[in-house]
Design a protein around this ligand. Structure first.
Ligand code: SF4
Length: 389
């Protein structure tokens, strides 16, 4: 009975679309009038002058977000040029190393075992297959290799986790940045990943705290934040962003950016995903995200988190080269390359190469910090000594 009530509650709970907030836009317009220029202009100037800060109020971010779109685009571009080499775009390849059969109920995800999406559960990929994929990605120009596993968490998966540590070491040894997205992790596991040479750990917040229960019920927002804390404390770069097009209101998009921009340190990477609505998931009928919505998210993310790599992620395949150019102008400086993003389609290699050429973009080299490289080299050396002994 409890189960039935819970299921009823759950099915009533989502998906719930929230209307855009007229009040939020009105408040932002008032800011523009009183300040004499847009909030995007004022906050971009402040960001350029004072550098990154994490004491943003939600109202400030809301005002930036609701600035006139061309103003937001222009000032996002200014911050971008100030904080980064604007021609450089990081290329990351994301590989699903363990696909499907996930126990979680993320409404957008074709890998959840709760939805009938045709994704077949698979075991963890072998080392040979993973290393081969990383090599191929490197040859295609990727400097970061990200491995994704469809798990709620890594706790209790010692054998698989140890295998992944081995993959991390090997790929790092190939001179690539390495990222993992394996669900929730514990403090100790974060430390072990760091020791193996992991560059970044991805764990998205997905949406605002308020809208989150409409999208996922099997783990809490605070559990997500705790994983980010373990990652940060271990000295691994945090990669965390979200998805738009889930039926959320604009205030939820602002809420997501506010949570990210007020973390103790800004994430090193902020993926901005546009929902790829997959048949069989509860969000299969969501309307596609428009380019202007992406530009608002990217421009705002760039102004409030100037140093972060803002990643134009899932859904990019739906945007033309001209639309993607606007995203790069607004402040995006990272993309996922490769034919697939976990299980959904992505832009093909040749089209991306052409885009780089056409837009005058250059691939960002990997940044393997000296300290990390020294630690990694020392550990590899120590291991070589102990295994040879
Ligand atoms: S998003 Fe990740 S945790 Fe959620 S269902 Fe998909 S694989 Fe599982």
């Amino acid at each position: 009975m409890v189960m039935v009530v819970m299921m009823m509650l759950k099915s009533n709970a989502r998906p719930r679309s929230r209307p855009s907030s007229i009040l939020s836009a009105a408040a932002a317009a008032a800011y523009c009038t009183t300040a004499g220029s847009s909030a995007a202009a004022a906050e971009a100037d402040r960001t350029i002058r004072d550098g990154p800060r994490n004491n943003w109020t939600r109202e400030q971010i809301n005002s930036v977000y609701h600035s006139p779109i061309l103003d937001l685009l222009f000032h996002g571009a200014q911050v971008h040029r100030h904080a980064h080499n604007f021609r450089e775009v990081q290329q990351c390849t994301l590989l699903s190393i363990k696909t499907g059969g996930c126990s979680e109920d993320c409404s957008y995800c074709p890998q959840s075992s709760r939805y009938n999406t045709g994704v077949k559960p698979q075991k963890l990929m072998t080392k040979d297959a993973v290393i081969q994929a990383a090599q191929k990605a490197k040859e295609a120009g990727s400097t970061r290799f990200c491995m994704g596993a469809a798990w709620r968490e890594t706790v209790g998966r010692k054998t698989n986790f140890n295998q992944i540590l081995d993959y991390v070491k090997e790929i790092r040894g190939m001179g690539m940045e390495v990222c993992c997205t394996l669900g929730m992790i514990e403090k100790q596991q974060a430390l072990e990943l760091k020791k193996a040479g992991l560059t970044a750990y991805n764990h998205n917040l997905d949406t605002s705290r308020e809208y989150y229960p409409n999208i996922i019920t099997t783990r809490s927002y605070d559990e997500r934040l705790e994983t980010l804390q373990f990652v940060r404390d271990a000295g691994i770069n945090v990669c965390s962003g979200g998805i738009i097009g889930l039926g959320e209101a604009e205030e939820d998009r602002v809420g997501l950016l506010h949570t990210l921009a007020t973390l103790p340190t800004h994430p090193e990477s902020v993926p901005i995903n546009a929902l790829v609505a997959v048949k069989g998931t509860p969000l299969q009928d969501q309307k596609p995200v428009e380019i202007w919505e992406m530009i608002r998210m990217i421009g705002t993310a760039r102004i409030v988190m100037p140093k972060a790599m803002v990643r134009l992620s899932a859904g990019r395949v739906k945007f033309s080269m001209a639309e993607q150019a606007l995203c790069f102008l607004a402040g995006a400086n990272s993309i996922f390359t490769g034919d697939k993003l976990l299980t959904t389609p992505n832009n093909d290699f040749d089209t991306d190469q052409l885009m780089f050429k056409m837009l005058g973009l250059t691939p960002k080299p990997p940044s393997l910090s000296d300290e990390a490289e020294i630690n990694f080299a020392e550990e590899t050396h120590q291991e070589a000594i102990s295994s040879s002994g």
